[in-house]
Design a protein around this ligand. Structure first.
Ligand code: AMP
Length: 297
């Protein structure tokens, strides 16, 4: 496995790979790799010739009060996992190389980026959209894999690729969970042992919403109430948002006619947890939906 730290060196390798006719696949990450990331890497491995994993804690997607400085960076452990999973290139650019003095272009998606996560984290998605655009420019992948765990991000990236004709196939991989349903996340290590047990409540709340839909309830407010009720039973948890949305537009749904995404974000001690479930009123559980594209929704 090659470790590449400069965008120019990465671009030189990309040229060589493309010249050789290789299909380049990319899994963008911020490192602190866990089973969720590894599922994306393993899925990507099967779908490309040359697999690049980027590890970059992107400062411009963090707000001033957020955890940029203490975000975990176990780089040698990450490299070991990448080697195990057959990654060809680990791209670990420095902040200075990605955002040199004079850098000014930002990519914004005004409608999709201002809702839900964007309301709580105002500059987050322009930071994400900008770094994804840069990574696509440097690496020129034919396919990139993102996690459903960050549902809004996956919708936004698909919109970005479409709007800017970036020509990258975007695949979205289902969320990998702990046994109790908690979505795996690099930030779960900050949960105290008690909070770790409580943390599964977010998934339970989304499941309560999905159960309501499966039993034939279509009213968005009623479905949301079913979710809120579960969180209210856990006094240590506070809600940032819990919502029933159209999975393509992320607009709240008054009524669920076909598919919906249940989106949730809560705070538990110092940790913010996000999660989601895709559900269809035709009784299909989201856990059975494998890789989906926005066009298929
Ligand atoms: P991050 O390192 O948090 O930026 O995540 C990198 C990629 O891994 C993103 O596309 C995430 O959606 C995805 N990801 C993170 N956690 C999970 C998980 N538990 N299951 C599936 N994908 C995940």
């Amino acid at each position: 496995m090659k470790i590449i730290r400069s965008p120019n060196a990465m671009a030189a390798w990309r040229e060589r790979l493309i010249y050789e006719g290789a299909k380049i696949g990319l899994v963008p990450t911020m490192g602190a790799l866990h089973e969720g990331h590894r599922a994306l890497i393993q899925a990507a491995r099967l779908r490309c010739d040359a697999l690049v994993v980027s590890i970059f804690v992107n400062p411009i997607q963090f707000g001033p009060q957020e955890d940029l400085a203490k975000y975990p960076r176990p780089i040698s452990q990450d490299r070991t996992l990448c080697r195990k999973d057959g990654v060809d290139i680990c791209f670990e650019p420095t902040v200075e190389a990605m955002y040199p003095a004079g850098f000014q272009t930002m990519v914004t998606l005004p409608a999709l980026a201002c809702r839900w996560e964007g309301e709580v984290r105002p500059h987050h998605f322009s930071g994400v959209a900008t770094v994804v655009t840069k990574l696509f420019g440097i690496i020129r992948p034919r396919i990139a894999i993102f996690g459903q765990k960050d549902f809004q991000q996956s919708v936004l990236v698909q919109q970005l690729v479409k709007d800017l004709d970036l020509g990258v196939e975007i695949a979205v991989h289902p969320t990998v969970r702990e046994a109790d349903g908690l979505a795996k996340s690099s930030r779960n290590i900050y949960l105290s042992p008690d909070d770790r047990i409580r943390a599964a409540t977010l998934h339970k709340s989304l499941q309560a919403g999905a159960d309501a839909i499966r039993t034939g309830i279509t009213n968005g407010k009623t479905i949301r109430s079913a979710m809120v009720r579960v969180i209210k039973n856990e006094p240590a948890m506070t809600i940032d948002y819990l919502t029933v949305c159209d999975p393509r537009t992320l607009e709240p749904l008054s009524y669920v006619n076909s598919r919906a995404v249940l989106l949730g974000a809560v705070r538990l001690g110092p940790v913010r947890l996000i999660d989601n479930l895709l559900v269809a009123s035709s009784q299909r559980s989201s856990s059975r939906i494998e890789v989906f594209s926005r066009e298929k929704l």
